[in-house]
Structures are given as C-alpha cells and as structure tokens.
Design a protein around this ligand. Structure first.
Ligand SMILES: Cc1cc2nc3c(=O)[nH]c(=O)nc-3n(C[C@H](O)[C@H](O)[C@H](O)COP(=O)(O)O)c2cc1C
Length: 342
C-alpha cells in the first residue's frame, strides 16, 4: 500500500517517465503518478511503450481514464501486472476531448458508472484502486452531492479519494481555466475527511509549498501537488525529511543532475531525444541567478545534433560559478545545504 502523505499530481505532458525518474532522484518517498492513459489505449494500443517505467520510480501509480467497466478492469489488470503500485481513476478532467469520450469529470454525474468501474477493477487486481475527482461539477456542486458520489463509489470498494478542491464547469471554461477560476474550497475537503474517517482523503489544488502541505496534513491524510512542483522541482528536496521522517542527507542539485546524466546516457542509447530529457529540468533552478541561461541551454542547446548529456553539468557548473559568494566565501547554495567542502 503506497504511502500517500505527499504525491505529485498526474499531469499530461509533464509526468512522463523521464520526469518521474528525475523527481525520484529528488525525493525517495513522494508518490508519483503517470500522465492519464486511456483504458482503451492500454488494452488496444502499444502497451509496452505506454506503460513503460523504470524500477527506480516506485512508488508509482498509473492513472487511467475511461468509463467502460470491462475495459477499465482489463487495463487495471495490465497496469498491475507490469508493476504499478496503484491504479487511479480520473474523474476530474473537464477537457472536451475527455467529455466526448464520456469520461473524466463528467462522470461525477454518473456515480453508478464510476462504482461499476471501481468494482470491476478491484475484482481484477490486488493493487489499490483510487479515484481522483473534484468537489463538484456544474450545478451539481453541493456538499450533499459530493457525499452521495463518495458513498456510492466507496461502497464499490474505493478507499482512497484524491479531491481537487474546486468544482469544474464542463461548458464554457477551458481545462486551464478550470484549474484557476472556480474557487478553492479546502474546508469542504476537510469536512469530507471528518465525515468519512475510515476513508483516506487526499487534498489537491493550489498547494504551493511543503509548509502548506504540512498544514493540510492536520486535516486530511495526504496532499497532492501538481504545478508548484514543476515550477520549482526543488520544492520536493526536503519532502522526505519533513513528511516521511527520513534521515538521509539532502541531495545537492549537482548530485541530482549527475545521476540524471547517467539516466540520459542510457536513454539516448535507446533512441530517446535529448530535448525530451532536458525539458523537465527547467524547474530545477527556480529562483537561482543564472536560471534563464541554464534554461536556454536546456531548450535551445539540447536541440543541437551534437548535444550530449555533458551539457547538463556544463550548464550547472556555469551557473554555480557565477553565484554570488557570501562574506565567508561560500557560494550562495551553502545556505541551502548545498555547499560541499573541497
Ligand atoms: C498541464 C496539466 C496537465 C494535467 N493533466 C492531468 C491528468 O492527466 N490527469 C489528472 O487527473 N489531472 C491532470 N491535471 C490536473 C492536476 O492533476 C491537478 O489536479 C491540478 O493541476 C491542481 O493541482 P495543482 O494546483 O497542485 O496544480 C493536469 C494539470 C495540468 C496543469
């Protein structure tokens, strides 16, 4: 059973296997999610490619989208067989494409369909089946409606709900607007936890720091963070110590990059292209002087035909060399515990 105190949200175009590998180098314990994959693609598509992940990524959850119980069950079984630690069902995405397939957030209006999916998935696999959803959709946005949804889906065997603490408007707002415009309502999620102490309730939406995550853990069982992690990957650096009581030494950014370089070498040998590997590094230097130049190396230079993984450490060393030094002569990263003697 994965520990869900902290997780990184499933995000299309972000949480691919390279990003997950990189995040795992920063935090050993944070639960990671894949991008959403449709159950149909898992069952009928190039499963090996779609579901590939590195053993180092554990604990890692597969997020599925779909509404056909039989297909969802087959996809869940395949996901569990290839080794995912959890199968999550996406009932929160409001995009038109997803709605036209009749899944995602619009399924909040069909709790019985979600329950059938959960029941069928649970029958096919031993790994936990969880649901990620919103606090409501359209005019179905009362607390009672949320409770009715949770009652029906929990009765089918779902013990963990990830709740994005804002509703979604299925018409008129883009997916991006639906992540910004409907207001966050954390108290509603806290109330859900109070009313269902036996369920595991994970809060999501707008959480920007570990301090906020710690505060939320006073109300719910776990916190899921999405955008803030990709804006600033280093947000996760202290997660193991602060949220999992780990005592391992904090990694430095250079150590993370060094390990990622080794991963990149293996990936390049398998035919992965450099920009697919470097694009996730933008958030590693958030807030540091020289970040813009580092990012340019990662986006423009990585496209050059002769670009190799050495580029990563060269760009970092260039940034580090230009960091202002403190009066005692240590570079500015000393303040973050990144100064290393010698
Ligand atoms: C670019 C992007 C892609 C996303 N893709 C997914 C997805 O595949 N599945 C999903 O359940 N949510 C997806 N989301 C929503 C996030 O998982 C999360 O619920 C949302 O961003 C709110 O959390 P945050 O404020 O911490 O980012 C996506 C969000 C973004 C910004």
């Amino acid at each position: 059973m994965p520990n869900r105190r902290l997780s990184v949200a499933p995000m299309m175009d972000y949480t691919d296997r390279h990003a997950r590998y990189l995040l795992r180098l920063i935090s050993r314990h944070t639960l990671l999610y894949t991008e959403m994959v449709t159950a149909a693609a898992v069952v009928h598509g190039d499963t090996a490619r779609l579901l590939a992940f590195d053993a180092a990524e554990h604990p890692v959850a597969l997020q599925l989208g779909g509404a056909d119980a039989g297909e969802m069950a087959r996809a869940a079984r395949i996901g569990a067989e290839v080794g995912y630690d959890e199968i999550n069902l996406n009932i929160g995405c409001p995009s038109d494409r997803v709605q036209s397939g009749r899944f995602g957030a619009c399924l909040m209006a069909e709790p019985d369909t979600v329950a059938q999916c959960v029941r069928a998935m649970r029958a096919e696999t031993e790994v936990p089946v969880t649901v990620k959803t919103r606090i409501g959709i359209d005019h179905q946005d009362s607390y009672e409606a949320l409770r009715a949804f949770v009652d029906t889906v929990a009765a089918a065997g779902c013990e963990t709900f990830v709740i994005h603490a804002r509703k979604a408007w299925l018409q008129g707002l883009s997916p991006k607007q639906n992540r910004e415009i409907p207001p966050l309502d954390y108290p509603r999620v806290h109330r859900l936890k109070r009313d269902y102490p036996e369920l595991e309730i994970i809060i999501n939406g707008g959480i920007r720091s570990l301090a906020e995550a710690e505060r939320e853990l006073g109300h719910v069982d776990g916190v899921m963070i999405g955008r803030a992690v990709f804006d600033d990957l280093w947000l996760l650096a202290e997660a193991d110590r602060r949220l999992y009581a780990a005592t391992d030494a904090l990694p430095t950014r250079r150590e993370v990059l060094q390990a990622y370089v080794e991963y990149c070498e293996r990936e390049l040998a398998r035919g992965t292209r450099m920009p697919h590997l470097t694009r996730h590094l933008m958030g590693l230097v958030q807030g540091l002087p020289g970040a813009r130049r580092f990012r340019r190396h990662m986006s423009e230079d990585a496209r050059r035909p002769d670009a190799g993984p050495g580029l990563l450490l060269d760009a970092w060393d260039e940034l580090e060399a230009e960091l202002p030094t403190t009066p005692s002569g240590m570079c500015a990263l000393a303040a973050e515990g990144e100064f290393r003697a010698g």
